[in-house]
Design a protein around this ligand. Structure first.
Ligand code: DAH
Length: 341
């Protein structure tokens, strides 16, 4: 019996040495140590032994079992370790390979111009407002003193949603003046950039959708001098020190007096060239002192408060700021154009 036990030990250990997979270990464990295994079969024969032999063989059998269990454990750990190493090797990442650079886009020149404008006005204590592009005609026209029959209300100029011309795509950012007057407490200093819509054909200077920046100040004792001072500062900060401006009389229903501000052409210095269409000046914005009717309709007493407002075309400003010749370039989003800024 002792010989059988020794043989089992030898056989099992040499079989273990050759194992390549965890499943093989399990098969060996069952073969030698399992309920129907060889070692168990030997133990079952113990009854046949004499009283002296029994403890000796019993001890040897326990030794063999312990040896085999340890050997199987060790083999199993080794196999697992080898498997892990093989996997790590297979999945290894070469961190020294140069990475792929992410292609970062650029800011659109018009939005660069807008953030410059916002920065200038925020620096002077203005708040930046956002408002609806789908607007009520009441806000776009009535409360801005443009009565029924005003040419800008015509169906040929404006995108209406309904037959009775009450809901529309705003044709200007000026309704934000009224929305600010109705929702904010005085004094008010705001700018309101955003999209506006008009029934225009696309060409080098027109688009049915474009952007404006509206501005407004309402306080006690506000005068035309404040308007000129602020807008001259805007021109100098946007286009550089020494930028020459001029104010021409004009008409808008919501301001009285009204004016337009021109900037001297940066190309020819006022002599006249193709960029300024021979004028020497480029029109930048409309402005004026807020009409007393507009203040009154918003519940502000024009005897106590006065204000000024302006509206500027953002594309036009960006075109001057970055010397862009054709409005269409701003909307086409051709990367060859956009990459230049
Ligand atoms: N809303 C005018 C336009 O679209 C521009 C404008 C002119 C805005 C005078 C104003 C203003 O606030 O005071 O042509």
């Amino acid at each position: 019996m002792k010989e059988t036990l020794e043989r089992i030990r030898q056989e099992a250990l040499s079989a273990l040495e050759g194992t390549q997979a965890i499943q093989e270990l399990e098969t060996l464990r069952v073969k030698y140590l399992g309920k129907k295994g060889e070692l168990t079969a030997v133990l079952k024969q113990m009854g046949k032994l004499s009283a002296e032999e029994r403890p000796v063989v019993g001890q040897l059998a326990n030794e063999v079992r312990a040896t085999l269990e340890r050997a199987i454990d060790t083999a199993s750990q080794n196999l697992e370790k080898a498997a892990l190493e093989a996997r790590l090797k297979a999945e290894a990442v070469d961190v020294t390979i140069p990475g792929k650079a992410a292609v970062l886009g650029r800011r659109h020149p018009m939005y660069t111009a807008l953030s410059e404008i916002e920065h200038i006005f925020v620096g002077m204590g203005f708040t930046v407002l956002d408002g609806p592009e789908i607007e009520l005609a009441t806000y776009n026209f009535d409360k801005l003193n443009a009565e029924e029959g005003h040419p800008s209300r015509d169906w040929s100029d404006t995108f209406y949603f309904d037959q009775d011309s009450r809901v529309m795509l705003r044709s200007q950012t000026s309704p934000m003046q009224v929305r600010a007057m109705e929702s904010m407490s005085l004094p008010i200093r705001i700018i309101a950039p955003g999209r506006v819509y008009r029934k225009d054909e696309v060409d080098a200077t027109h688009s049915p959708m474009f952007h404006q920046v509206e501005g407004m100040v309402i306080d006690k004792d506000v005068t035309m001098a404040d308007l000129k001072g602020t807008l001259n500062l805007l021109a100098e900060q946007l286009f550089g020190k020494g930028t020459v401006t001029r104010f021409r009389p004009h008409h808008f229903p919501f301001t009285e007096p009204s004016c337009e501000m021109d900037v001297q052409c940066h190309k020819c210095g006022g002599v006249g060239c193709p960029t300024c269409k021979g004028e020497g000046w480029i029109e930048l914005l409309g402005a004026g002192m807020i009409h007393p009717n507009v203040l009154r309709m918003a519940g502000i007493d024009p005897e106590e408060y006065s204000g000024w407002a302006f509206g500027m075309g953002l594309e036009r400003t960006a075109m001057r700021r970055f010397k862009i010749a054709d409005l269409r370039l701003i909307f086409e989003n051709d990367v060859r154009f956009l990459e230049q800024f």
